[in-house]
Ligand binder design. Structure first.
Ligand code: R5P
Length: 293
């Protein structure tokens, strides 16, 4: 087996290679003067299992292209099996045609990956209208979750548990927020969210839970622009929250998302290292090692 990366998850790839005692093989990736992608395997991959570790952020579009180039080339060079570990898999939020004529990006992305890789491992994919990855992937997939890691972090760092309310900022977030609340025995609530555009959301309370004087831990799968969590934080502040923490598996922080959360009164922002960012406090590598073994 060799482990490689297309650039976004080099640290994780190297850690994994070290722990599994297999070779980390860097790729040469550059661009021709006209902007076209150039990619080269430096080591011989013939007959080998090639594990490509690459998060689809930053730059989802280029990430997809790099992974397709790497996987297709590895196969071409005689690799036995190609496994893609995408700690963050992009394009899943466009899971239907919201307006006539739109591309269903998740299906397009899956179609190309199905044709290029043999297996996919990812963390907390954004499954909303799809119940499982099998609805778009024909290759074997494995969905890992960072829920336990997030729950352990809360249990270790935030005390006492009776002071904490876990808040899911929208209906889709129940998968993360409620599972975590149950695991640590904290109270929880899921807000109602109306999204009018990528940059405009409104949130409101559905279940009455007293937030006064509490440490509100808002948990979601991903933070993109941060508008969702910022609105949830403003609401929590209005309801008298004492402290607000935001936690997510995937911190994309598009368009100053990090600063937006800070401005909305979020005191702590904590993410896993699925996407490299200064807010990373939770390491996913131990789970990956188990899964690869
Ligand atoms: C949506 O369903 C996701 O779980 C996130 O709540 C959302 O995509 C976050 O986007 P943003 O940070 O741009 O509001």
């Amino acid at each position: 087996m060799i482990i490689t990366s297309c650039g976004n998850s080099i640290l994780i790839a190297k850690q994994l290679a070290r722990k599994l005692k297999v070779k980390y093989s860097p790729l040469k990736i550059s661009f021709f003067p006209d902007g076209e992608l150039y990619l080269r395997f430096k080591d011989n991959v013939k007959g080998k299992k090639v594990v490509i570790i690459h998060s689809f952020q930053p730059n989802s579009n280029l990430s997809l292209l790099k992974v397709l180039f790497a996987a297709t080339t590895a196969k071409d060079l005689g690799a036995k099996k190609i496994i893609l570990i995408a700690p963050y898999l992009a394009y899943l939020r466009q899971d239907k045609r919201f307006k006539p004529g739109e591309a269903i990006s998740s299906r397009v992305m899956a179609k190309y990956l199905n044709a290029s890789i043999d297996q996919l491992i990812t963390f907390d994919p954004h499954l909303h209208r799809y119940r499982s990855l099998d609805e778009i992937f024909t290759i074997p997939t494995q969905k890992l979750t960072a829920n336990e890691l997030i729950a352990d972090y809360i249990q270790k760092k935030f005390k006492p548990v009776k002071d904490i309310v876990i808040v899911g900022p929208d209906r889709e977030s129940y998968q993360w927020a409620e599972a975590i609340a149950q695991k640590i025995g904290a109270e929880s609530t899921i807000l109602w969210k109306k999204r009018s555009s990528s940059r405009k959301v409104n949130v409101n309370v559905v279940k009455l839970v007293d937030l006064k004087g509490k440490h509100i831990v808002i948990v979601d799968d991903l933070i993109s622009t941060g508008h969702t969590i910022a609105e949830a934080a403003k609401l929590a502040k209005k309801k008298g929250a004492r402290k607000i923490t935001a936690m997510a598996v995937h911190g994309l922080f598009a368009e100053q998302g990090y600063e937006r959360l800070k401005k909305a009164g979020v005191q702590q922002i904590i993410t896993t290292n699925c996407i490299k960012h200064k807010s990373n406090q939770i390491e996913i590598t131990p789970l990956l090692i188990k899964s690869i073994r």
